[in-house]
Design a protein around this ligand. Structure first.
Ligand SMILES: Cc1ncc(COP(=O)(O)O)c(C=O)c1O
Length: 415
């Protein structure tokens, strides 16, 4: 064990936050596409990967798309059409309508509302899972009773409080778009995330637990919705001898090459989850005695996929940290630290961490949108977790020895 950071050498090979893990089977299916010359947005890999993923998640239909963002966009468009009818020319389906959205998430969760002309209303985060707060959501329906759509994500692979969220939505007659981009393979009460919304999306981008380099899927039990998404994602071509168009189209279909990568990798999902879980548990043990906690989850009802392991520093162990819109600084203090110091120290040793997703209500692009907290005092849980939290290197190829060094580096920041 190292006594302090002075004895630690930088990693020769970078330790990543979460990098792709290839097994060889991916190459086989990519080659298959080459040999058969299905180098396009159709082919056996796409059909197979749709079948495999739908079966794994427990939905009837999966539509393979170019990315999770595309899946969220078309999910949101479907919801908008169902709620408010077909969009007028040059308008989105949510034009002029508010939509309740997770606040602490990647911007893709909420941008799809904006693409469709809607106005995201950000709902604060709860402390038990770092996801959308059912209490804040209930309060938001009191403030904006006309809202009929809720979008929420499962942050870092930790399932949100799905039953509570669904109960609030049912009470107020609202539909749900579930963003399971980060939580493939995570379960809630024994069912896989990605099957709980009225419309559901997952992602296979480069740092996800299963990756095709890019890619996403729309998931549903409705044949009609699946057919519509398939049509919209291939430029909304009508059944005619020429390219005939009645409605707006998109070029959102997955490539058969990318589908080959995902097809080869899906068999390893449980292995990746087990590796990521071991990383989370090793961190938890390694940080015993430090004034920190790991990103929490509801152990009674859910099993995360442990996509990213995150750390939260206790309030009284935080040194002074200042963040502008583009820069972060801190004032070192004995016995205390902050995410900026830990991230900079990790970077010095060639290891990649990341700040927590900066909440959407704090983003310049959305700073004028409404933001609803769980209480009247406007206690901003998301801002607090953003200030005190960080994502640790969570790559499933990190060795226990490398992880011990990461733990030691983090520990040294508290000296
Ligand atoms: C919560 C969340 N939603 C949506 C996306 C978008 O997925 P993609 O990058 O495949 O478009 C991501 C990740 O990238 C994400 O983390």
């Amino acid at each position: 064990m190292f006594q302090n950071t002075k004895n630690i050498k930088p990693f020769e090979k970078k330790v990543w936050l979460s990098s792709p893990t290839m097994h060889g089977d991916e190459q086989k299916w990519v080659n298959d596409a080459f040999v058969k010359n299905w180098i396009t947005t159709a082919g056996e890999n796409i059909n197979e990967v749709e079948r495999i993923v739908a079966e794994r998640i427990g939905v009837k239909y999966a539509v393979a798309l170019s990315c999770g963002t595309a899946a969220l966009h078309l999910a949101t468009k479907l919801a908008g059409e169902r709620l408010y009818g077909q969009a007028k020319p040059n308008c989105g389906t949510l034009q002029g309508h508010k939509v309740f959205c997770s606040d602490m998430t990647f911007n893709a969760t909420v941008n799809s509302v904006t693409y469709e002309g809607g106005e995201p209303v950000f709902i604060d985060t709860e402390r038990d899972t770092w996801n959308i707060s059912p209490a804040a959501l209930e309060r938001a329906f009191g403030l904006y009773p006309d809202v009929k759509l809720v979008m929420f994500a499962h942050l870092y692979g930790v399932p949100a409080k799905i039953d509570e969220i669904r109960a609030v939505c049912t009470r107020h007659g609202a539909l749900i778009v579930e963003d399971a981009a980060e939580s493939l393979g995570a379960t809630y009460k024994g069912k896989e995330t990605g099957c709980f919304g009225d419309y559901n999306a997952i992602s296979f981008n480069g740092n996800k637990i299963i990756t095709g380099s890019s890619g996403g899927m729309f998931l549903t039990n409705s044949k009609e919705d699946a057919d519509k998404v398939r049509k919209w994602s291939t430029q909304s071509r009508e059944a005619a001898p020429w390219y005939q168009h009645v409605e707006m189209g998109y070029n959102y279909r997955m490539s058969n090459i990318i589908a080959g990568v995902i097809r080869g990798q899906m068999n390893y999902l449980d292995e990746h989850i087990a590796q990521k879980r071991a990383i989370y548990e090793r961190y938890k043990k390694g940080f015993e005695g430090l004034p920190v906690s790991m990103n929490p989850f509801d152990a009674q009802n859910s099993l995360p996929n442990y996509w990213l392991s995150c750390l939260l520093i206790n309030k009284d162990a935080m040194c002074l940290q200042k963040r502008t819109d583009t820069e972060a600084t801190f004032t070192p203090e004995k016995g205390k630290t902050c995410p900026t110091e830990i991230l900079e120290t990790l970077a010095k040793y060639n290891a990649e961490g990341r700040p927590i997703w900066k909440p959407m209500h704090m983003q310049p692009i959305y700073s004028k949108n409404p933001f609803v907290t769980a209480d009247d005092n406007k206690t901003d849980v998301g801002a607090d977790i953003f200030a005190r939290g960080l994502c640790l290197p969570s790559d499933n190829k990190m060795t226990p020895e490398q992880q011990d060094i990461i733990i030691e580096i983090v520990r040294s920041c508290f000296e």
